[in-house]
Each structure stands twice: as C-alpha cells, then as structure tokens.
Design a protein around this ligand. Structure first.
Ligand code: ZN
Length: 426
C-alpha cells in the first residue's frame, strides 16, 4: 500500500501534505526550515476569537489551506478551540476543587491560538506552557498573551515537543492537561505525552491524517495506530476509535488506563479527549474495550467485539474488519453535559448542537448508518433522518442522530430492520 500522498479526504487543517511527515524529527526539521522566514508588521493581523485577542499571520486568513510559514494559524479550527476551552473549563473546575496548581501544555502550539485562549478563558488553569519549534510563531503567541494580560501565567519555549514533554515526565513536574495538535498524525507523540501527564489528567489530540484513519490507507493506519481502518459509511467514527485504540495501547504499555471523555470530527480532522488513570484495574478495563468491528459490504451487517470471523451470518459474504480499536464509549455523559452547559453559557452554538447529539447517542453501538447509503443499497430515494429515527423508535429500537456525521443514524436496530424502515418510508 502506498503510504505517502495527498490526503484523499482533501484539504483543510494544519497541513495537507501531512501523510508521512508527522514524526518528531521531521516536524522539527520542517519547523527549522520556517525559522529563516521572518514576519513583518504588515503581515500580522489582529483578530478576536472567543474573548481573546490574537495576533496571527494575515496570510492565514484569506486562504482555504493556511500556510505553515511564516507561522501557523488555522482560522477554520475555531470550533475545535471553542470545544477545547469548554472541556478544559469543566475539567479545571472539578480539578481545582481540591488544591494546587492546574497546568496545561500546548506543545505544538503554532501561533498559540489554543494556549493563549486557554490562559485567558480558563481562569482556573494557573499555568499554560506554549511551545513550538518555530520562533516566529512563539513571538506572535507572546504578543497575543501580552495583549490579553496573561503573560504571567504563560511559559513560552521553542523546542522539540517530545523533549519538552520528557523534561516534565517526572513525578510532580507533570502537566494536568497535554494537548497534541501536530501536522498529520499524533501517534509519534502519544508516548511522551502520556509520560508527561499527571494521573487523572486529560490528554487531547488532533489527527489530520484522515485518509489513513478513515480507510483509504488501512495499512498506514495499522502502522500508526495498531489497527486497520475500513472505508465504510461510519469510517469517521472508526477513525476516532483507532485513535483512541492507539492511545489505549500506549497507555497500557505504561501501566495506565484511559477513559474517553469526548471526541469529534469537524471538517477533515478528528479529535479526542481522554482521561488517564493509574492502576491495574484501569489497565484491565482499558484492555477489555479493545476489539474488532466486522462489516459486511453486501448486506450492511456489522458486529463488534467478536473474535475474528470470516463469513457474514446474514448473507454468507466475506466479512471485512476494522481494528483492533476502541469499542467502548466515546463520551463521558456527565462531562459532556457540563460541556454543553458551558458552551450554552458562552454562546458556542455549534458546540451545543454537537454535544447535544453526543449526549443522546451514549450507550449506542459503535457504528452508525447513513440514510443515503441504506437508500442507495436498496435503490430508493433517501428519506429524512428524523423520519427514520422516529420509525425505528416506534418499532422499539433506540435511535438518534450521530454527533460525528450530520447524515448518520445511531441505532441498536440490525441492518435488516433499518433497511425495512427506509423501504417503508419511500
Ligand atoms: Zn452480509
């Protein structure tokens, strides 16, 4: 399988020739190349995001693919950062009910949009480490921090992300929150991020290598995430589960366990938030949530958590599989309910919509159907999602929208029952 190449899922986020350029040393060297590019006053724009003033390269505001040079800022990731602020606010509120400092590390910070916003908008976080390999980016982050009067709580650095994390891997020097937002895959950073994370802390990570995670390059997914991806209608959920599976595997190697708090897919990136726990019980619990998803491309049958099987029990076609990956819950219902309230309070309307769907789908199986795919399979026009959901509920099944796909239907109904409902509605 050819690994390198443009992401088939097309451009958006941090980069688009990111497929194989995301290990620590490559990232560092690409950043070094940027170091020689200077940034002039005329190239800088002042913007407001959330309640934070940010200084960013003007060139990043008028292109669909924000450039890495002279410094990286992605205007399309505002929702991503709004949700980050909400998640960290909920976490810090719980965490600071005890005592001590709450710390966050934004180790691949670019121009510091996330880190500076956290310093400004999450007052209960006392220290924010903002690091990037590009000194121009950190210059802008410093200027933004100063404009918002949060310089005192920010710790700036220009160095390799893993080196910074390893400097904080000893007991009492670890962070309560670590964020990894690389160009491409976060897989190379998972180990050092987990080592630098305080127990019961939060690891958040963004992946933009969606072609690997969503089934275009299953072998690349296996190399990076310990599991094969699969090109199904629910491939974005599978991608998130592979990302969680990789975090789980890495945690278990360190005798740690994880529990997912929240995950989302927006535009062409996937993002996870997990809580990290110490103890054999947590390691066992984490291990029990790793498994396979089987899928039949002929009849739509899918199953989760079974040992490897070859034939579809419904139509005897050959089954395909995704994984090993995370097959447990994606969301902590209580946590995301609080995030939703926070988003409501701060007028992050897109966040409220996404979180409401996430709350509703907790406890559902780890795949979803799309009306378009089911309708195409049986050769009819696609009915509305609301009608499908309502009919499935009438028949006694659980059904809701998917937070990961606006066209997705989550249900505990088998594929056959979903097909019958779609047929009846046309
Ligand atoms: Zn089948």
């Amino acid at each position: 399988m050819k690994a390198r190449g443009k992401e088939a899922d097309a451009p958006i986020n941090n980069n688009n020739n990111n497929d194989d350029d995301s290990n620590c040393s490559n990232n560092n060297s690409s950043r070094q190349a940027e170091d020689i590019v200077s940034i002039t006053e005329a190239e800088i724009a002042e913007i407001t995001e959330g309640s934070t003033t940010l200084y960013v390269p003007k060139s990043s505001l008028d292109t669909t693919v924000p450039p890495k040079a002279p410094a990286f800022y992605n205007p399309y990731a505002t929702l991503n950062r709004n949700l980050t602020v909400a998640a960290y606010r909920v976490f810090a509120e719980k965490r600071s009910s005890g005592s001590g400092t709450v710390t966050m590390a934004d180790v691949l910070a670019g121009t510091g949009a996330r880190g500076v916003r956290v310093a400004v908008e999450v007052p209960r976080i006392n220290e924010v480490y903002i690091n990037d390999g590009n000194p121009r980016a950190i210059e802008l982050a410093k200027r933004s921090a100063s404009a918002n009067r949060v310089t005192d709580k920010c710790r700036f650095s220009v160095q390799d992300a893993c080196r910074l994390l390893m400097e904080h891997s000893a007991y009492k020097s670890r962070f309560n929150i670590v964020d990894i937002d690389p160009f491409g895959s976060p897989a190379p950073y998972l180990d050092c991020a987990l080592r630098a994370l305080e127990r019961e802390g939060i690891l958040s990570a963004t992946a933009t290598d969606t072609a690997a995670l969503c089934g275009v390059y299953p072998d690349v997914a296996y190399r990076r995430y310990n599991g094969y991806s699969l090109r199904t209608e629910y491939c974005h959920e599978t991608g998130i589960r592979l990302l969680l599976g990789a975090a789980a595997h890495q945690a278990m190697r360190l005798e740690l366990g994880i529990s997912p708090i929240f995950a989302h897919r927006t535009r062409h990136y996937l993002r996870i938030y997990v809580s990290v726990h110490l103890g054999a019980g947590w390691v066992d619990r984490t291990y029990s949530q790793i498994g396979l998803i089987h899928h039949c491309f002929k009849c739509g049958y899918r199953s989760t958590g079974e040992p490897l099987r070859i034939d579809c029990p419904m139509c005897e076609s050959t089954l395909r599989r995704a994984g090993p990956l995370w097959i447990g819950e994606l969301y902590d219902k209580e946590f995301i309910s609080e995030m939703s309230e926070d988003c409501q309070k701060h007028m992050f309307r897109d966040g409220v919509k996404m979180l409401s769907a996430a709350v509703e789908e907790t406890g559902m199986p780890p795949t979803y159907f799309t009306a378009d795919q089911v309708a195409a399979d049986i050769g009819v026009r696609s009915p509305s999602l609301d009608a499908i959901i309502s009919h499935l509920r009438d028949k006694g099944f659980r059904a809701s929208r998917s937070a990961l796909n606006p066209k997705g239907v989550k249900t505990d109904a088998p594929a056959e029952a979903v097909r019958i409902v779609v047929q009846q509605l046309t």
